[in-house]
Ligand binder design. Sequence first.
Ligand SMILES: [Fe+2]
Length: 474
Amino acid sequence: MSDSAPSLSALASPLDPIGFETQLGPLPSSGKWPPELRGTLVRNGPNPYIEVPGSHWFLGDGMLHAFSIDNGVVHYRNRWIRTQRLVAQQATGQPRATSLSVSAGDDGTANTNVIGHAGHMLALEEAHLPIDIDVDSLDTIGPIDFNSGLNGAFTAHPKTDPHTGELIFFGFGTPEQLSAGMSYGVISAQGKVTRFERFEAPYASMVHDFMVTKDYVMFPVMPLTASQERAKNGLPPYAWEPEFGTRVGIMPRTGSTRDIEWWEGPPSYVFHPMNAWQDPNHPNLLHADVMEFDVPPLFPLPDGSPSPDANPVAHLVRWTFNTADTRRRFTRIRIDPVPGEFPRIDERFSGLPYRHGWYASHVVTSDGRLQSYNGLRHVDHATEERSDFTFNPDDRVSEPVFVPRAADAREGDGWLLAVVWRATENRSDLVVFNALDLAHGPVCSAALPHRVPAGFHGNWFPAIERKNVAQTGG
Ligand SMILES: [Fe+2]
């Protein structure tokens, strides 16, 4: 797939990397900054140290961007993550040959997410261990196994249990790349690996994210298949093969991976669920709200030809599993007509019945064009009301991150933070919304003189207790 993926140079400028590290501040800002908003928004994304023509966007070296906020004063810092791959490039001045199919035998790119757990800031990418980062300086400490001997793939989307503080994770294509091998594990709130198991998926695929409820873990295996055989023959290691259908493994958290039951559904692809939960009114029902593509973007067919939909978009879809259904087939209902990606919630409700969700939306212009990531959308599942904010034409907004007003604030009471690329100025702003009133527009913002390249995920690290209680998710 590395041969047929869009190259960085072919993509729009918000994806282009920046070639420097800096620290700036106080940033010029506007609006009324909430005094309670104290902490740091840290975002991660690919930013190739040396660009390789034709290289897949997913393979760029991870760069962190941190916006620290204290009493309305905003400082910014960005740092490449010093992976072995990056250090080698710095030493030689040469790009490190990488592809989605062959392990470079190093500690990866660390380019996908950044979370807090057990006093650590962890930069994550799904094929390698987390990289430990110094919270204040963003300096790289190095790969971390939590003194457990843990190795192999570690998802970029572990989930924090809001009650126990445990970090629940999985791996795919592990220990052998492009295999059906998967792993499941738990790291306690104190940073001790308390569970680690390996199991086989029904088939080898890319499993980007998963779902965890109070009592269950759900592994979505979807037909963006992986193939060692294809890779050996110069064909795409990952490809769209809808005939495999979707399989979702459901495991009781009190059980083991031997207890996984595989459910069946029609082919589609999900990079990111919004949330999953057990229905409080119907004990047999498990629900998952997911951003579902009919066909995944950025990946070809097995022979390397482009997939049939050149520019697919995802919609918010509710999956429902009835544990009384012996056929193990789940239902799907689209619950929002507006496409988008990067769904987030108030993480205090991760895995629990919830009311509020947000995502970066695609906006249809008056002349009928679909502007990707041009808006933010709030979904109120209780009232079914929606609220939107649309940025200026061609501006592109990042994944939004929710920050509660206080630890005990009601669900959704707080702010939504995002980084928006200002197309006409080719630079970025940090924007802060009242999370329950997006239509009002940003309540405050801070301006960077340069662009934050379009990235993947970020999280909020509260100022006071950030070394212990950094929020995770996404
Ligand atoms: Fe992701």
